[in-house]
Design a protein around this ligand. Structure first.
Ligand code: IMP
Ligand code: MG
Length: 298
């Protein structure tokens, strides 16, 4: 599912740092336009004698970006132009940006990397923080509508689900209890492979309407096992809500009632999802760089 349109057909970049910033903007899923507008700054009669074309415009943030190097002479000239532009066009939002500053700026809008000055080992952002937030709110609204007037039990499958669960439950203003369960996978030689429950839920489920909350359904094998496990506790009903549904990889034929996103067949990290225990704290969902994914045997 494409999450944004990569602008094409723009003028060639005049500097490699511009291309780098464009890549970073793409990485964070932010739409951008390259030098889309020129602002006249000075006139000689009717004739424009000085113009200024900021490097980028980010429509989602309504913000122009002008990149600059550390060279002081250039910075001084640019600052003068920017001052003039702000005087003439007070409604225009523009920022002068040192290359190293782009990370800090993006972080302010919730798009930046968490690691100081370096990009995480993520190839690209698939779902941004605002996109996730919007979708989780929609899922919460759907559950709220379907279970109106009923008491529900939300069961989350640790650990990947904790971000999603925490956000989702706050969009479901119904009477509910919340609990978690843990699963593990045997894969060692001599032990039969497969999923098993290491911690079951403590809440009473008999006669209750259960919503099983999952971060991601991949082959569907985990979910298949969990549905059988929960079924033994005689709930009145069980429905499944998964933030991510990698349908193309499905092996076990399981029904997911509420789906956040149907991502492509890639290894995903962030917003609770991990790779070898890391990356859970990324505020977005991204695709892990193939090299590292290969090392995991994925
Ligand atoms: P399944 O049994 O193949 O459906 O796998 C489900 C579990 O595998 C999920 O609950 C995750 O813990 C893990 N998983 C599957 N795909 C991914 C991924 O892309 N990133 C992180 N974890 C994943
Ligand atoms: Mg899981």
């Amino acid at each position: 599912m494409p999450h944004y349109d990569v602008p094409t057909g723009h003028r060639p970049f005049s500097h490699s740092s511009e291309e780098e910033v464009a890549r970073i903007l793409d990485f964070y899923g932010l739409k951008w336009l390259y030098e889309p507008r020129s602002f006249p700054l000075r006139w000689d009669g009717d004739r424009v004698t000085e113009m200024f074309s900021p490097d980028f415009y980010l429509p989602e943030l309504d913000l122009y970006l002008e990149l600059t190097t550390m060279k002081q002479s250039l910075v001084t000239a640019k600052n003068r132009k920017l001052r003039r532009l702000r005087e003439l066009y007070p409604d225009v939002n523009i920022r002068l940006l040192y290359r190293r500053d782009i990370y800090r700026l993006l972080a302010k809008y919730g798009f930046g990397p968490l690691v100081h000055g370096e990009l995480p080992l993520v190839e690209k952002v698939l779902f941004t923080r605002p996109e996730i937030e919007k979708r989780v709110a929609e899922l919460g609204a759907a559950i709220t509508k379907d279970y109106a007037g009923q008491e529900i039990v939300l069961i989350g499958v640790l650990r990947g689900v904790f971000c999603f669960m925490a956000d989702l439950m706050r969009y479901v203003p119904l009477s509910m209890t919340v609990d978690f369960m843990s699963v593990s996978y045997y894969s060692g030689a001599g032990i039969q492979g497969g999923v098993h429950v290491t911690k079951g839920p403590d809440v009473e489920m008999q006669g209750k309407h259960v919503v099983l909350v999952e971060d991601i359904v991949d082959t569907g094998m985990t979910l298949h096992y969990l549905l059988a496990y929960l079924g033994e506790r005689n709930p009145a009903s069980v429905k499944v809500c998964a933030l991510l549904d990698k349908r193309v990889r499905r092996i076990a034929d399981v029904q997911v009632d509420y789906v956040g996103f149907a991502p492509p067949d890639e290894f995903l990290v962030g917003y609770g999802l991990d790779y070898l225990g890391r990356y859970r704290n990324l505020p977005f969902i991204g695709i892990l760089r193939p090299k590292e994914a290969q090392e995991s045997g994925e």
